[in-house]
Design a protein around this ligand. Structure first.
Ligand code: NI
Length: 167
């Protein structure tokens, strides 16, 4: 396992559309393990492969307090969604930026697990928001895309300023 470096917005590589995984091979499992290690180290509650510059449809999530409930979603797809909820979201690719985003409150998701076995699950609350946030990454989307143009340009300026101050 290895901790990988995380791309930061507005890196154009975050805008790529990730490809479906054709078969869950040992190489894919290595990617999953690297992603988990990178997410726990950051620390974050979710990470999409595209954020470490691997354009595959792979997501890892752990929303537990104890940080020992890893959930792996390979080729995730949302089968249905219901209701609305708002959470203040952050992203490992946008350090220091937190904004409220409204998404579906309940979703049903289909995916493959780390062993390549298909499963379906119902998610609500934080897990529902987190899954939608991570699946967006696989389509080249980041959470600030949901904000007004004015807010997006303020965030871009703030990030440029942060980058200038890094020595
Ligand atoms: Ni993110």
């Amino acid at each position: 396992m290895a901790i990988r470096s995380i791309l930061h917005y507005p890196d154009p590589r975050l805008r790529r559309r990730a490809e479906p995984v054709a078969a869950v091979t040992a190489e894919v499992r290595r990617l999953v393990d690297d992603m988990a290690e990178t997410m726990y180290d950051a620390p974050g509650v979710g990470l999409a492969a595209i954020q470490i510059s691997e354009p595959w449809r792979v997501v890892v999530i752990d929303i537990s307090e104890t940080r020992d409930r890893l959930q792996v979603f390979i080729n995730p797809g949302i089968l249905s969604d219901e209701g609305e909820q708002s959470f203040e979201e952050g992203c490992l690719s946008l350090p220091g930026i937190f904004e409220e985003v409204t998404r579906a409150a309940r979703i049903r998701v289909r995916a493959l697990d780390r062993d390549g076995q298909p499963f379906e699950t119902d998610a609500e609350g934080l897990l529902a928001t987190c899954l939608q946030h991570e699946i967006d990454h696989l389509d080249g989307k980041v959470f600030v895309d949901y904000l007004s143009r004015l807010k997006q340009s303020r965030i871009r300026k703030k990030i440029e300023k942060q980058q200038r101050l890094v020595m």
